[in-house]
Design a binder for this molecule. Sequence first.
Ligand SMILES: *Cc1c(COP(=O)(O)O)cnc(C)c1O
Length: 375
Amino acid sequence: MSSESAPNRIHYTKPSITELETRYAADAAAHGWGERCYEYIERFESQFKQHLGVRHAIATSSGTGALHLGMAGLGISAGDEVILADINWIASAAPIVHLGAKPVLVDVLPDTWCLDPAAVEAAITPRTKAILAVHLYGNLCDMDALSTIAHKYGLYLIEDAAEAVGSIWHGRRAGSIGTFGAFSFHGTKTITTGEGGMFVTKDDGLYQRVLTLSNHGRARSETRQFWPELIGFKYKMSNVQAAIGCAQVERIDELVAGKRRVFEAYRDALAGLPISMNPELPDTTNGYWMPTMVVNEGVPFDREALLSAFKAANIDGRVFFWPLSSLDLFEVASPNAVSKSISLRAINLPSYHDLEDAAIIRVSMAVKATLESDP
Ligand SMILES: *Cc1c(COP(=O)(O)O)cnc(C)c1O
């Protein structure tokens, strides 16, 4: 293989790990046992709470686990319905199914790619228990409209903020607004612990219930050893992972700034093409987890051709999430035309925090060449 002809690989994401993360992780591995076995976990929860402006946080082994625990804590169960957007990663829908409830998939808005509040309201039935607002790719759901609907019908409003670290809605951070919020620290996310997540809430009662559920049903106030009061879950984060998380939260502004720099560089490089990218509406901040381009409707675009061009240039591009309704796993009542249409016209661009400008230009050239060569 000739090393001259193969340009270095541009990965889709990768974490930003410095000496701080490795020092904390090594310290946790060497000393974080015995009476110190929860030190980094408690510190990580406390720093994350502070960053977000919420009263309670519970570190978990995944974002999926945080969602599952929170929904179980709200009592979501068989016969209930939870409304969420059709365009989503399966992780948002799976906990609903695990609890025996039904995910009700509705359409998204064409500009934010997030829940269409009118579609949400139209899908409400007497069985509806909650609205799951997923802030896709850093873009924010319309939290004002969704809060009004949730209030009007007596529903829980849950935020899946796994992709929305750094996103702010009218002065409030994504994940801190709803009944509870869930975050993911998977290796592809803006801050990472390898695998991991966080449940956050302002609600004291819900926090206590989720704390008990998260500890195999053992209440914190229980004095008897090994005494569960109910069947719970085991979705805990380890101290070594939390140590990495502590370093990442200390660097959170820098990490979000890196994501924003990458997005802005793409926006400039791709200016003039018939596409739209992640919006940033007035009085909001987009954490831009994943710079994504959607080719305008009616413009010829062959997504497979772009993926091939990326492959040839050693660039790791990813398709936009498929509508969950296209997976043969769910029954769907509404046509969700916007979701279906966007998904085929869109692609995620590589976006790790310290992606070099030269790499952004290389990706942009491949995009331009494909869009301009289409018949
Ligand atoms: C990553 C992600 C999750 C799941 O998080 P895990 O940590 O992988 O379990 C859930 N929802 C959304 C929107 C995500 O992007």
